[in-house]
Design a protein around this ligand. Sequence first.
Ligand SMILES: [Zn+2]
Length: 398
Amino acid sequence: MDSSVYVFVEDLRGEGVERVLDRISAYGVAGVTVGAVHHASRDVTPHGLSRLTVRHDGAHFAPPADLFSGLRLAPVPGYPEAFDGLREACAKRSMKLHGWTVFLRNATIGMEHPDVTVRDCFGDRGSPADLCPAHPDVRDYAVALARAVARLGVDSVVAESLHFSPLEAQRSFVPLGPMDAYLFGLCFCDYCMRRATDLGVQAEVAREECAGIVGRVFDGDQPAQGEVTRAALTAYAGPDVVAYARARSETVTTLVSEVASAVAEEGSKLVFVDSTGAVKGYADGLPTPGLAAHDAWQFGVDLVALGDLVPAFGVLAYARDAARVADDVGAYLRSVGKDREVRAVLRPGHPDSDSADRLLAKARGAKAAGALAVDFYAYGLVPHPVLDRIPAALSEAL
Ligand SMILES: [Zn+2]
């Protein structure tokens, strides 16, 4: 069974490549999944060079000129030397190197080019970090970015945020229910509207419906209760909105297909990680009831279609319960196809795992459900004693 630990470039810069790789190798882990392109954040890093790490939007390599010279959007410069010698250092330890790539979450690009970000049903562009996957310039950027990471010589390009995102307001004193928040998070930019119209959807009717519903909640109406499902959404917002939401999968499927082909042409392979599992369980490890594979459509992710186009998938199994991890992996495999590689991404500590036994149970559950790999998230974010749970989880589960 394959395995890896997610690693940030700041971990490597702080502790040093040799030390980090030695430690991870000693856990019996087969590889590292290193952040080649990441988004801005401020993270508590318990054993890092700095205990509070500020990350900037950045691509941690020198972008090949031939890939980006004709494009409007370019990678935001990060630490250009971060991958120098990394492949060799991994090879020396017989470890695989994967290139973790955050594609469409980038506020630096979005602030500089607001027109490529998502536009809500009111016509506002209030999510500068969310680049719209329907915008042609974003699509060109994504394909070039994938090629650039593949050229680092990685065994796989691990794609994060290569689909639509949910709304993430930092403050809201309006009690939006899950369905209201979902409608408010739909993109109605010109490109999304046109793609939906081409598929026979009444896009303007859908936009007006969303604006009407969310606007009434802003005016004091009670928000809708209950999780987002197709049936509930149809009842709440009508068939045009549901058709509009479903049409987004064509946008994502074609983009992922282009990215997967580009990665394959560069001699690597794409691992597609959709964020649904994180949306559900990130905060507390207690995911909302619907399985990630069943709710991924909400962000334009059609796993059945992608199963024919992408060789491997990562399931963000952010849950305390081992049975839930197994259920998520099983549902994923049923969607993408039994012959696909599915990797379960586990958090070895807070808030998902309170003991080595619990982590072991989840690794076992993932394997029993058909996962071919487990990945651990993430090196710099968890204390050393938590990382020390990994060897037992790997050796006893596999
Ligand atoms: Zn759009």
